[in-house]
Design a protein around this ligand. Structure first.
Ligand code: ZN
Length: 657
């Protein structure tokens, strides 16, 4: 592990808080130090308040901020004197502590200070850095972990036995510090939790953290516990879509809401999930209680979700009576599943949550494997982990954020998604919380969005094999399929029947009709397993109820597609799948309608472009966003009792009416 300090970069941050931002970000860049919002840092600064009085302010990481991307506003300014006075109390409940932290800040708009604020306050150094470094967690999760830490660091670190984060931990740290700290002390190791470093300036505190963790890594190397066993390459090519969708349906039922299930494809986790001794090494507990909120205490081995739920409920009942307050059981669905064939699966309420679970568990695997090589992984007792899982503050954090968006935990697939109506449908569904698989023959589809809830797959919508592959990939990424938006279609140049060649006709039918039939047929078993019922939206055309001359192939294909959707509604109603059709008209903000084409069509009718765009009863322009909003609404609760509907979105058209 190397210091990332760079004098030139550091010069851009010219004050104490700026340098705190800089080195916090340096820590945040290394996932073996902090992962997804873990860890916290602080700096103590003398300031003059509005009354002209001098006071010392502790700037400590605010909740909701990630060290990797923290800004100055991410640090909460709390009066140090008050924190030190609190530290002298005999006891302080979590809600009281949060109240004191919030009411003694000097900026009303600042985030809630870290629950480790009092701990930071009691350490008599200007800068304090705290991480959950993998190497430290690995060593302290073994038999005799404390002795190993003493052997590595001698009197350079204070050792604190495990105590749950909060006021009691702050007190325990202050006590251990008073007893053990000496002139050589540069850090503090919290067993089964992480490590603190401190110093007089930002660089010293940061570089002590790096040096301390580096020594732990070298210790693991000397003990032959650093290099992980070489994982086997992933060779499996069997389709998993149906098994995954089935498993997701049961996980979602256990959770009481649709969940995302993400399959990992890296050799490390796949090899781990197939180990013969998995039961022995994976069923002890997490690497640090800090992870338990995301991953739950134990992964599910295999696919018996119902047995997991029974065990989880029993675990709750066995440990809850000892908890300080009355607790409510969290949903009992697993968050990590290890299956010999399916590999590692990560479960989350959103695609982002599933990615976080995946990352955390990948680090857990490394910690377990190294701790095993060091003499045996020993997690904390179940009661300690339970106390964190049902910790008031953590539960409050989980409850934050209000009502989730309507498609949270659900998965949509949109064809023809790189532009126009398809692209607008992707945006509308993402905005309402769905994870979206976008298909298009245009390679730009893979770059449409860079976010964990979007997955673009290059796919020819007329090719059944490519469609099968895209469904397989989409289900491996998100776990299933709830909503299907059939939008891909081609419109050849206007041509009258007398001039229409069979090749053009067949090409239009292949994409607009055959491809849609193939996709619907292949998607049916997945939609059938959607926790909230499957939904299909077919993008038809005004040409179905009101065809125009010169568009025989297009109109006939869309009419047949509409009829296909009606039959699907008849056949799939008993599976809880709704199928509805939209008939848009004159949507001009799509790829085919360039400024020139628009101008020439308008001129053809003797109209201005504006008049041409709004030549409908309502005299309004219809955009692809309007169509997409309606497509999303058709998937939502407003249309929960509607199937086989055909809804125009055309500004009103006499011929359709
Ligand atoms: Zn911590």
């Amino acid at each position: 592990m190397k210091s990332l300090w760079n004098d030139e970069q550091a010069r851009e941050y010219d004050d104490d808080l700026g340098l705190r931002v800089y080195t916090s970000r340096l820590l945040g860049q290394d996932p073996s130090l902090v992962l997804h919002g873990g860890g916290n840092t602080s700096v103590k600064i003398r300031e003059t308040n509005i009354l002209g009085q001098e006071e010392t302010i502790l700037y400590v990481k605010g909740s909701g901020w990630d060290l990797a991307s923290i800004e100055r506003e991410g640090f909460s300014p709390v009066r140090l004197d008050h924190l030190l006075a609190l530290a002298r109390l005999e006891s302080l409940s979590d809600p009281q502590m949060v109240n004191e932290l919030k009411t003694h800040m000097t900026r009303a708009s600042a985030p809630t200070p870290s629950v480790e604020a009092i701990l930071h306050a009691t350490l008599p150094y200007k800068y304090v850095d705290h991480t959950h470094a993998d190497a430290i967690v690995t060593i302290t999760n073994t038999e005799g972990g404390a002795d190993r830490i003493r052997e590595i660091y001698g009197d350079e670190v204070v050792i604190v036995p495990y105590v749950m984060p909060g006021f009691d931990l702050a007190r325990a740290c202050a006590r251990c510090f008073a007893e053990q700290a000496g002139p050589r002390t540069i850090g503090m190791v919290l067993l089964n939790h992480g490590i603190f470093s401190f110093g007089d300036d930002a660089r010293q505190s940061y570089e002590r953290m790096i040096a301390l963790v580096d020594r732990a890594e070298h210790y693991l190397q000397r003990q032959g516990a650093w290099d992980l066993p070489a994982p086997e390459a992933v060779t499996d090519v069997h389709p998993h879509a149906l098994e995954l969708a089935e498993l997701r349906a049961r996980v979602s039922e256990a959770a009481g809401r649709p969940m995302i299930v993400r399959q990992s494809r890296d050799p490390l986790s796949t090899t781990f999930a197939a180990r013969d001794d998995l039961e022995a090494i994976s069923q002890q507990g997490p690497a640090t209680p800090d992870h338990v909120i995301r991953t739950k205490r134990l992964p599910l081995l295999g696919r018996d979700v119902e047995a997991y739920v029974r065990a989880y409920t029993a675990y709750f009942e066995a440990h809850a009576p000892h908890a300080k307050d009355e607790k409510t059981m969290l949903d009992p669905a697993p968050r990590v599943i290890l299956d010999r064939e399916l590999g590692q699966l990560s479960v989350g309420k959103t695609a982002r949550d599933a990615v976080i679970v995946e990352d955390i568990y990948r680090h857990t695997i490394e910690v377990i494997l190294r701790a095993e090589a060091l003499g045996g992984f020993r997690a904390l007792p179940a009661q300690d982990i339970f106390d964190v899982e049902y910790w008031d503050l953590e539960q409050a954090k989980l409850r934050q954020g209000g009502k989730p968006p309507q498609f949270s935990g659900e998965i949509a697939l949109v064809t023809g998604a790189a532009s126009g109506i398809g692209k607008a449908c992707v945006d509308a569904l993402l905005a309402q919380g769905a994870a979206v698989v976008g298909l298009d023959v245009n390679p730009a589809i893979t770059e449409l969005h860079a976010r964990p809830d979007y997955y673009g797959v290059v796919c020819d919508a007329a090719d059944p094999e490519q469609l099968a592959n895209a469904l397989e990939l989409g289900v491996r990424r998100f776990g299933g399929l709830d909503m299907l938006v059939i939008n891909a279609g081609i419109f050849p140049g206007g041509r009258r029947i007398a001039e229409l060649d069979l090749a053009t006709w067949r090409k239009v039918m292949a994409v607009n009709l055959d491809g849609a039939m193939s996709l619907m047929s292949q998607a049916h078993p997945l939609l059938k397993r959607a926790p909230g019922g499957g939904r299909v939206v077919v993008i038809g055309s005004k040409n179905v109820p009101a065809p125009g001359p010169g568009a025989a192939a297009y109109s006939a294909s869309k009419a047949a597609l509409t009829q296909l959707a009606r039959v699907a509604a008849l056949e799939w109603g008993s599976d809880g799948i709704r199928v509805n059709v939209l008939h848009p008209d004159a949507v001009f903000d799509t790829g085919i309608w360039t400024e020139e084409v628009l101008a020439s069509r308008a001129a053809h009718y003797g109209m201005t472009v504006e008049e041409y765009k709004t030549k409908n009863l309502l005299r309004t322009e219809v955009s692809s966003r309007d169509v997409a909003a309606l497509a999303a609404a058709l998937c939502g609760p407003l249309f929960a009792k509607t199937t086989a509907a055909q809804v125009p979105v055309d500004g009103g058209n006499e011929r359709v009416i």
